[in-house]
Design a protein around this ligand. Structure first.
Ligand SMILES: Cc1cc2nc3c(=O)[nH]c(=O)nc-3n(C[C@H](O)[C@H](O)[C@H](O)COP(=O)(O)OP(=O)(O)OC[C@H]3O[C@@H](n4cnc5c(N)ncnc54)[C@H](O)[C@@H]3O)c2cc1C
Length: 403
């Protein structure tokens, strides 16, 4: 007979979404275990823009006030078209906007969880269904197995749990982003604004996090050499410097002085809006959240916040079925069909939100991927955006409800 460790709720992946989901469940009095393949918390990507909808979630998770102390509010945004010598104000949501250091966000979420919730060095290699119980069995890299009553895949864009649900693999954009952090020991001279600069097809973004710390990114076409470059922080820095040679000296100086340990080069991925509309996001007691469900390009800066919203919606739906007023839940007997109902409710709540976000993001992405997008397609994108997303920051008003 096979021997498995048995765990009630397993969350795959200790990224932003996995940790937020574990914390949302914990706030509802429900224990979970997060399995993370890395040996430590990962904060790849240096920093993350969080707008009003994300802050509503962080407040409900009880970490908002602590995180506010780590980052300044951002007050506006502008685009500088350097080769045309023009600049324009960009639409900016009305609510709170800050750029958080990813390590601050991840660490504060993790330290709010009960000790031992996250298990490191636990890579899930496959998931199968146990036909006698209908529960998922997780096969780990070290040869051990876990039977979970509930499995939530928060394992990112190349999710093993999404493979189990037979979802199509995520698609690749033709563009990539280099991201990093630069510390100015005597304070930086920049205003509290998100500035995007453009020359040709290369964009540079700059956002202050504190009076001393600045987050920056460079977006450009992905080329065949980038796979090798992305493995080495020195090569990443060198490549970012080469791409920004024609930008103002303050930009090249910022990249030169960046902390190598914060540098990353990532090719962007997305799940298409029509795939999100039609996909089955639940099988038995297994579902997805965060990038595993709806990875999207960063053109709206909403991927992470959408994952935070998932955490609240999923914890609320599961907790409703497990509440003490529900007789079967009083005994904490998690029946397959009840968990399935809770997950279906969660998927129903989230589907149209993520379809809308990913549609707007997808259209913006087609405009960013300038060399590969024909004029006709670009025109169609403008028309769709003008008709369906007249207020481009409307998505920041979304409230995913109480936990
Ligand atoms: C260039 C760029 C800029 C972005 N900017 C923003 C922004 O400003 N604002 C915003 O809201 N979003 C932004 N995003 C999106 C945001 O980064 C993601 O949506 C978010 O990080 C996804 O979090 P996640 O927890 O779902 O997945 P991930 O962060 O990918 O975490 C997945 C975790 O699962 C672990 N894992 C993977 N496979 C396994 C396995 N088999 N077993 C165990 N563990 C596993 C990984 O190690 C990882 O820790 C940006 C994305 C990019 C690419």
């Amino acid at each position: 007979m096979d021997v498995y460790e048995q765990i009630d709720i397993v969350i795959a992946g200790a990224g932003i979404c996995g940790l937020a989901t574990a914390l949302a469940l914990h706030r509802k009095g429900i224990r979970s275990v997060v399995l993370e393949r890395s040996e430590t918390l990962r904060a790849t990507g240096a920093a993350i823009f969080i707008m009003a909808n994300g802050w509503r979630v962080l407040d409900q998770l009880g970490v908002g006030s602590k995180l506010r102390q780590t980052a300044l509010p951002i007050e506006g945004s502008r685009l500088v078209l350097l080769d045309e010598g023009k600049q324009q104000e960009l639409p900016f949501g009305n609510g709170e906007t800050r750029c958080l250091k990813r390590s601050d966000l991840i660490e504060i979420l993790a330290e709010s969880l009960p000790h031992g919730t996250v298990r490191f060095g636990c890579q899930i290699v496959s998931v199968k269904l146990d036909h006698s119980t209908s529960y998922p069995i997780l096969q780990l890299q070290d040869g051990s197995s876990i039977m979970a009553k509930v499995l939530i895949g928060c394992d990112g864009a190349k999710s093993v749990v999404a493979d189990f649900l037979e979802l199509k693999p995520s698609n690749l954009h033709t563009i990539c982003a280099t991201r990093g952090l630069t510390t100015y020991a005597n304070g930086h001279p920049f205003a509290n604004e998100f500035v995007k600069m453009k020359i040709g097809d290369t964009f540079v973004g700059r956002i202050p996090i504190t009076d001393e710390l600045v987050f920056w990114f460079v977006v450009q076409q992905w080329t065949s050499k980038d796979a090798k470059v992305s493995q080495d922080s020195k090569l990443i820095q060198q490549s970012a410097l080469e791409s920004t040679m024609s930008f103002p000296i303050e930009i090249t100086e910022m990249i030169k002085s960046s902390d190598p340990s914060t540098l990353s080069l990532t090719r962007m991925r997305y799940r298409s809006p029509w795939n999100l509309l039609l996909a089955k996001f639940r099988k038995g007691t297994v579902t997805l959240a965060g990038d595993a469900m709806h990875v999207m390009g960063p053109f709206l800066g909403q991927g992470g916040s959408a994952g935070l919203e998932d955490a609240i919606a999923l914890a609320r739906c599961l907790a409703e079925k497990m509440s003490p007023t529900n007789p079967s839940a009083r005994e904490r007997k998690m029946m397959v069909h009840e968990i399935g109902e809770a997950m279906d409710q969660y998927v129903k709540e989230r589907r149209m939100r993520v379809v809308q976000l990913s549609t707007q993001t997808y259209l913006c992405g087609l405009l960013w991927e300038t060399p590969t997008t024909s004029l006709l397609v670009k025109f169609a994108c403008f028309v769709f955006l003008a008709i369906f997303f007249r207020n481009p920051t409307y998505h920041t008003k979304y409230d995913c409800g109480r936990l």
